[in-house]
Write a protein that binds this ligand. Sequence first.
Ligand code: GLN
Length: 483
Amino acid sequence: MIKELHNKLETKQISTVELARQYLAQIDKLDPRVRAYLKVTSDLALKQASMIDKKIASGEEVSVLAGIPAAVKDIIATAGVTTTAASRILENYVPPFDATVIKQLKAKDFVMLGKTNLDEFAHGASTENSSFWPTHNPWDLERVPGGSSGGSAAAVSAGMAAYALGTDTGGSIRQPASFCGIVGFKPTYGRCSRYGLLAMTSSTDVPGFFTSSVEDAAIVLAALAGVDPRDATTLPVSVPDYLKAVRDPKIKGLRIGLPQEYFIPGMDREVEQAVRKAITDLERQGAVVKEVSLPYSKYGVAVYYVVTPSEVSSNLGRYDGIRYGLSYHDQADNLFDVYQKTRGAGFGPEAKRRIMIGTFALSSGYYDAYYKKAQQVRSLIIRDFEHVFAEVDVLMVPTSPGAAFKIGEKANDPLAMYLEDVFLVPASLAGLPAISIPCGFTSKKLPIGMQIIGPQLGEEKILEAAAFYEGLTDWHKTKPPIS
Ligand code: GLN
């Protein structure tokens, strides 16, 4: 889709301003029901668009992303535009700087339509933890779009953005992509810069994106991949030509691993069937399918929910009522009182829960039993992946054990919500790249997603396999009823 839009802009079938207006009109029409956007930046979008029109008119060569309207998860810092992380504590926070991913897109002349809803500080799997409102799934408005990047996923799914940025710490791009029937891409940890992402779990946070095709994912990845002096964890390795991987994808001889631990009793039968059928279809086309085992994956959720709260308890420590956002400093008697009042009012229940669990796991006396043990098991999970990637090229598994659930269904049960992450967190703990692509629908007409996980820096392999599968099917062409 991005290439088609680019051609239309280049050949002047449509102007950038007209294109931005079309997307803004779609937002006006649908977002009162979907509620994907926390803020629509219409004026900014039209200003950016008219500048790009001038460039095109003057014959200047522009990038393939120039003028393509995009949405940005509201946990990514945007200079001059509020960045709230869907938290009361940052309700009025306007960053003085752009995240690196925003700088990179600006260098390609992108048009920003607005900032999208999420679970507060990206803690969650449904957007119900947003301090403002839940986002609705465009396929069924009574259901969640997934989370935490649910607003970005819903926006792309409902045609309210051509693509959207998100972040994935433990599944927050892949799971909403699967619930909303679109493509979601999580790069290798260190492939793209985290600078300007409001930190959740620094050891697994990565920026990523939602698109409506695998080719679009390759285009956006090409714009964002690379080393950044502002993020010491970015990898100093060259960026391959990702578009080449999707241009003429091959599947013959690709070794696909099927980890038995990802097909568990209790998962939705329709989801399991759809994913198994997708893999069989690829086998028929010449892929080699092999059963493999990741025995430590079963501890993934347990490890993640020690590591993540520990890092969260440290990262959220900066919201102290003094340096950023909401502050009760003028109504407090002493420093402790400032903290207590500001955080008491500013953080929602899930952020508080994670701060408490993390503080406990890191406290002296418990550190060895929880945090250190979790990191040791994390090493075993990483080793499991290293072993299987010596035998296979990619892993293919369900993205989530079920399709989109109803709003309210799991909201009061944190453990049920955490279990949503069972197929997602192992790749996050190991820093591996993964994509979620549409692979079918349930009998209720809800999208099903298949996840393809690759080895470190295996982006080209997963893009190629995903592009090949996409070429066999029409799932990604089906649009939600609302649009
Ligand atoms: N659902 C996971 C959590 O609540 C993942 C969140 C994320 O990737 N940001 O932590």
